[in-house]
Ligand binder design. Structure first.
Ligand code: CTP
Length: 395
């Protein structure tokens, strides 16, 4: 990877990005502008990447360095990219090592602007950004938030290094088989209130749904994640709609489904709710209260009329007995294209774990039993099949 650093205060975060990329297995060649070296020293990057940091176009012994660095890079990331760098890049200038290497690269390019909010809003900066996008480069929008001390709050902050790592993953992704597709994913549990302070829920963490949303975005999809209360951070790149109850999840799914090519129901909606919710906190009193329950709506079943022809619908099933038989029953009853089933009695699989061991059951063919693997890999295995089913269902 080539990691370019230009002279903005956000360059202090680039040290962390260099470390994350190196930890993820990348060989990171850092190229700094002279202005960047006023903020963070090259030694910092050398220590973090284990490789020399490059500065000058004319350093003795480094003739043609810009060509070598550009040729060797599989991804070219500039973070932060100052207004000055964006201007030089958009006009094809090559007056330092970084801008010369940018002209010479054939690798995918990710530019991460960071600057004062008024500079970011400037018409010339916006024109430069638009032009760089026309040239095929990915240019991120800066985050909203606190800017340098005394400069208040606004769009201009460099996104956090962890988020940038996800963007680099998307840049390098070879399976762009969901490009342009709208993928709707649900994740997490729902909560059904009993009174203003208590609720019924379940142990779902949301990890599986979040992993699917992240993988779909990496593979090029526009992702909407409908999330109950999650135990994990929301994924980068997804539009996230937060809901609490099963009824709210149903309303959100019904609204979003007509514009979606794929629905993956990885959520564990609560199946029961109180027939009436107490207005005031239930007091301990003398006798324990008895709560009458009723069914919540089955979201997958309710969506049958809202599915456009060709929509791929994937459900999940958590079973404790007659696993494949029960899953096949749900596949038919909910009219799914595929059901992802796991056995709740297995170690390392299901709620809360980072790993899962699932079988994929489709309408035809034998079930595919996958080995125990990280949920991130299960997500890609599911999406491999989704991409195929999308093709099969195409008119
Ligand atoms: N599901 C749903 N609406 C609900 C409950 C579940 O759409 N109210 C979805 C889940 O997101 C999952 C699939 O249905 O994709 C299967 O969920 P599961 O709880 O295993 O099945 P149920 O149909 O609720 O059957 P049971 O709990 O009786 O096994």
């Amino acid at each position: 990877m080539l990691l370019g650093i230009t002279g903005g205060i956000a360059s202090y975060k680039s040290a962390w990005l260099a470390r994350l990329l190196t930890q993820a297995g990348a060989e990171v060649d850092v190229v700094m502008t002279v202005a960047a070296s006023q903020f963070v020293g090259p030694i910092t990057f050398e220590a973090l990447t284990g490789r020399p940091a490059h500065l000058g176009l004319f350093d003795p012994g480094h003739a043609l360095e810009h060509i070598r660095l550009a040729r060797e890079a599989h991804a070219f990331v500039v973070a932060p990219a100052t207004a000055d760098f964006l201007a030089r890049a958009s006009t094809g200038q090559a007056d330092d090592l970084l801008s010369a290497a940018l002209l010479a690269t054939t690798a995918p390019v990710l530019l991460v602007p960071a600057m004062n909010d008024r500079m970011w809003a400037n018409g010339q900066v916006q024109r430069n950004v638009a032009h760089l996008r026309e040239l095929g480069h990915t240019v991120l929008e800066p985050d909203e938030g606190n800017l340098a001390v005394g400069e208040g709050h606004g769009p201009g902050r460099m996104p956090e290094p962890e988020a940038l790592l996800s963007h680099v993953g998307r840049l390098l992704e070879e399976h762009r088989d969901l490009a342009g597709r709208h993928v709707l994913v649900t994740a997490g549990p729902t909560q059904e209130p009993l009174d203003p302070v208590r609720y019924i829920s379940n142990h779902s963490s949301g990890k599986m749904g979040v992993a699917i949303a992240a993988a779909a975005w990496r593979r090029g999809a526009h992702v909407t994640l409908i999330a109950g209360p999650l135990a994990v951070p929301v994924p980068v790149g997804a539009r996230v709609l937060h809901v609490a109850t099963t009824e709210e999840m149903l309303a959100a799914v019904t609204r979003e489904l007509p514009a979606s090519h794929v629905l993956v129901m990885a959520a564990a909606p609560a199946d029961f709710r109180a027939t009436s919710v107490a207005d005031q906190k239930m007091k301990k009193g003398a006798a324990a209260p008895v709560v009458a329950l009723e069914h919540t709506p089955d979201i997958l079943k309710s969506t049958k009329p809202a599915r456009a022809p060709g929509t791929v619908v994937v459900g999940f099933a958590l079973e404790t007995e007659r696993v494949l038989e029960n899953a096949a029953g749900k596949l038919a009853a909910k009219e799914l294209d595929m059901i992802v089933v796991n056995d709740a009695t297995e170690a390392g699989a299901g709620f809360g774990h980072d790993t899962n061991r699932v079988a994929l059951v489709r309408r035809s063919g034998d079930p595919e039993q996958l080995p125990l693997m990280p949920k991130t890999e299960v997500a890609d295995a599911i999406l491999d099949r989704v991409a195929l089913i999308l093709q099969e269902k195409a008119p």
